[in-house]
Design a protein around this ligand. Structure first.
Ligand code: BGC
Ligand code: BGC
Length: 447
């Protein structure tokens, strides 16, 4: 059986982070407020009232963090750019100090021999744009394209490949449908115009990047969906969930059309959001790579209360669960990738795993559950590659323990432990394990 050492030649190793989760310095050097600054101030929104105001203080400590990356021997670093740091009100005047931070970051990464892979939007929308409707407002997509041009013009001489959006599914559902993430709107299916406008933003930004000769990727949170039983009602519920979580975000980009959303009761034009010609803008036939963020598979049953939702999410028993309570099923990653390969065929660009990892209890030392999780998922990746899926790289989530959204600092995903009182970084056992894996992989593949 192929294992992680058999991953294809030229495979790229990395780690991933996001701006609001690590940077801190939310009111420094002219950064404008984002929807997350507003949301964390809402009583009860985040566990124990934690906020990203300081986070990992990466804004000041990035040289130390790049030294940690260099110690791993990484090929690439996936980070996100804070839109309100660059454009404090989302549009109009550029904040030179904000752009200068990413300029320094990129140069320091290149000095360390690490290729920067920026994500342009990882959920921290400028509050000024939210005040005008956020992603429910079509105009936000056009502002995103303008912002993309500003950043690409500054960094494009040194940054070859870009990710437009992070996980429009999670942002739409948690941020606009359920309200458990910023901006905290609970619109249920009427949140879906926010999905369309993000996809439109992706398409417009992809054109901006391609015009400048830059490579474009999109990172989606994808999950293989399994019915609880083979009963027709469970199969139908699973198909409805798959349309919502996966196909809504991949079909329009790869095929130029939306999946059938009728089982969700959503009209074809997504409540009037989809205008004639939009799908030509969203469709990105020249997409250079699809980023897959994978954490766990999803088991779906027919709804117990069909008046509420057309599906129920159910647990997968008899498998280990992470500290977050997510089921650990490594072979589901192979299944997902092989399924994408079969479903989209020639329309599927090369894949990169742009997030994968697990949270472990702080007291778990050494962090063997994380090492087990990562090694089993990398073995599953190698099996998918052996079955013909084109996979180019792997960015583990995450370098550092960080601000885990509604969970505050409670879920720890880092290869490196962070003491949030002192900002002291301590590499965990999984850090040494990942470093040794990268070294061993290179040794084998250079022979
Ligand atoms: C899902 C994960 C996802 C996370 C977003 C969870 O419910 O199982 O796959 O990444 O939500 O924070
Ligand atoms: C997000 C990350 C998050 C991770 C773990 C993904 O959904 O992109 O920002 O920290 O899952 O929940």
């Amino acid at each position: 059986m192929p294992d992680r050492f058999d991953l294809p030649a030229g495979f790229r190793w990395g780690v991933a982070t996001a701006a609001y989760q690590i940077e801190g310095a939310v009111a420094e050097d002219g950064r404008g407020p984002s929807v997350w600054d507003t949301f964390v101030a809402r009583p009860g929104a985040v566990r124990d009232g934690h906020t990203g105001a300081v986070a990992c203080d990466h804004y000041h400590r990035y040289p130390e963090d790049i030294a940690l990356m260099k110690g791993l021997g990484l090929d690439g670093y996936r980070f996100s750019i804070s839109w309100p740091r660059v454009l404090p009100t989302g549009a109009g005047a550029v904040n030179p100090a904000g752009l200068a931070f990413y300029d320094r970051l990129v140069d320091a990464l290149l000095d360390a021999g690490i290729t920067p892979l920026p994500t342009l939007f990882h959920w921290d929308l400028p509050q000024a744009l939210e005040d005008r409707g956020g992603w429910l407002d079509r105009d936000t997509a056009y502002r995103f394209a303008d912002y993309t041009a500003v950043v690409a013009d500054r960094l494009g001489d040194r940054v070859p490949a870009w990710i437009t959006l992070n996980e429009p599914f999670v942002h739409t559902v948690f941020g606009y449908a359920l309200g458990t993430h910023a901006p905290g709107r609970a619109l249920m299916f009427e949140a879906l115009p926010a999905a369309h406008h993000q996809l439109l933003a992706h398409g417009l930004a992809a054109a901006v990047l391609h015009e400048r000769g830059l490579d474009v990727m999109l990172s989606n949170n994808l999950t293989p969906v399994e019915p609880a039983t083979p009963a027709p009602a469970d199969l139908a519920a699973a198909a409805a969930y798959d349309a919502l979580h996966n196909r809504l975000f991949t079909d329009p980009v790869l095929l130029g059309r939306y999946p059938d959303l009728s089982a969700l009761g959503v009209p074809d034009d997504i409540y009037g959001a989809v205008r004639p010609g939009d799908l030509d803008l969203v469709h990105t036939p020249g997409l250079d790579g699809l980023g897959v963020n994978f954490y766990n598979p999803t088991r779906i049953a027919a709804p117990t209360d069909p008046g509420l939702l057309p599906f129920d999410l159910v647990d997968i028993p008899d498998v280990p669960h992470t500290a977050f309570g997510w089921p650990v099923v490594p072979d589901a990653l192979r299944q997902l990738l092989v399924h994408l390969h079969e479903l989209y065929g020639k329309s599927l660009p090369p894949l990169t795993i742009t997030e994968n990892g697990c949270s472990v209890e702080e007291s778990t030392d050494p962090d063997h559950p994380r090492i087990d999780y990562l090694s089993a998922h990398l073995d599953a990746l190698a099996r998918a590659a052996a079955e013909g899926v084109d996979i180019r790289g792997y960015y583990t989530w995450s370098l550092l323990d960080n601000f885990e959204w509604a969970e505050g600092y409670h879920q720890r995903f880092g290869l490196v432990h962070v003491d949030f009182d002192t900002q002291r970084r301590t590499p965990r056992a999984s850090y040494a394990w990942y470093r040794d894996l990268i070294t061993a992989y290179r040794g084998r593949n250079e022979r």
